[in-house]
Design a protein around this ligand. Structure first.
Ligand code: TXA
Ligand code: MG
Length: 335
């Protein structure tokens, strides 16, 4: 089926023909939204600065926030980076295709607009057949941020993309994404690696491939200008239950029950909420990650709900990335 809405062509039944059409759109400098295993991406030809500029405009993304370049073949690494660090291939062999982005010194072929003028580029090979086929058919590396307006909730379904972005030329609907949280972003140092953004691949996973490697979190975020404190935010207040101030608790108790939603991880259903959403049936962190953004979208769309309170999840494994997203989602509603 081929639904046409203004300029948006939304493809739900992805055949090889549809991939070829979308790949043509990429070659013509157009915007194509596509599924990856993490979230939907808003893609353009990474080697075409004018096409990449359209991403920033459509997302209303500040120009200081660099994009990840997606590849489908390990040989494309050499096209994009000047680094010959053998650790790149060790990491790529273990984790690609998959939810890991490596930030490396960029080659001169990568336009400055992609990297926001930084001399590094983030590279990732996504683990989704539609994404891989789109990249290889277009024959171009594809620059793609998450397909949401800047600072808003990331999309895990094509509907989430269409809700936020009206000027995408082509949307490839591959159903719900698997992992549901963005890739882990790392950079390599002489003595180890630094995690710039938490994701599905954890420091412990990386230490298996890079033993005796020092690693740290980049708490200053100096190297990753896009990693702001506020992000992934629904259009209505969201609070982390354990961080509620007494004033907020008072305000909540004065809010009508049917206006309040609770996001549960442990299975707890506290009194006083009109709606309870469960991140997981049995407190499974991977299931919780995969449901997180779609629950946030659902509650954002629910006109009956004015305020959301979410339970914390344990900060181990992918729980670290989930708490990172929840803290950023709630940051602007703090105090
Ligand atoms: O899972 C994902 O990574 C998704 C899918 C579509 O691949 N993409 C994604 O892109 O989440 P985006 O733009 O929403 O987030 C990319 C993050 C940004 O916070 C950016 O600052 C960081 O990666 N990043 C990209 N290139 C970088 C670079 N050269 N140096 C430091 N950080 C970089
Ligand atoms: Mg994003």
């Amino acid at each position: 089926c081929n639904l046409e809405r203004k300029q948006n062509i939304i493809e739900t039944n992805i055949t090889k023909d549809k991939i070829i059409e979308a790949a043509e759109a990429i070659k013509e400098g157009k915007l194509v939204a596509f599924p990856t295993e993490t979230v939907y991406g808003l893609g353009a030809n990474a080697l075409d600065p004018e096409a990449v500029a359209k991403i920033f405009i459509e997302k209303e993304r500040p120009s200081f926030d660099p994009l990840i370049v997606h590849i489908s073949n390990i040989n494309d690494i050499e096209l994009l980076t000047t680094s010959k660090d053998p650790r790149i291939y060790k990491i790529a062999e273990k984790f690609w295709p998959g939810p890991l982005t490596i930030v490396l010194p960029k080659s001169s072929r990568v336009p400055n607009i992609v990297t926001s003028g930084l001399n590094t580029v983030g590279i990732r090979m996504p683990n989704n057949p539609i994404a891989l086929s789109l990249i290889s058919t277009s024959g171009k590396p594809i620059a793609a941020p998450s397909a949401n307006k800047f600072g808003k909730i990331s999309p895990t379904k094509a509907d989430h993309v269409i809700k936020q972005l009206k000027g995408v030329d082509y949307v490839l609907d591959g159903g719900s994404t698997d992992i549901g949280i963005e890739s882990t972003v790392i950079t390599l140092k002489e003595d180890g690696f630094v995690i710039l953004r938490e994701g599905y691949i954890t420091a412990d996973n990386l230490l298996e491939v890079l033993p005796q490697s020092k690693h740290k979190k980049d708490s200053m975020h100096l190297e990753s200008p896009g990693l702001l404190k506020s992000h992934y935010s629904p259009d209505k207040p969201i609070f982390i239950e354990s961080e509620l101030s007494s004033e907020q608790i008072d305000n909540l108790s004065n809010t009508k029950k049917n206006k309040k939603a609770f996001i549960s991880f442990s299975g707890r259903s506290p009194e006083g909420y009109g709606k309870i959403e469960f991140l997981s049936k049995n407190s499974d962190l991977k299931e919780a990650a995969s449901n997180l953004f779609s629950i946030l979208h659902k509650l954002e769309e629910d006109l009956a709900i004015n305020v959301i309170v979410t339970e914390e999840v344990p900060e181990n494994g992918i729980g670290i990335a989930i708490m990172d997203r929840l803290r950023k989602a709630s940051y602007r509603y703090k105090k």
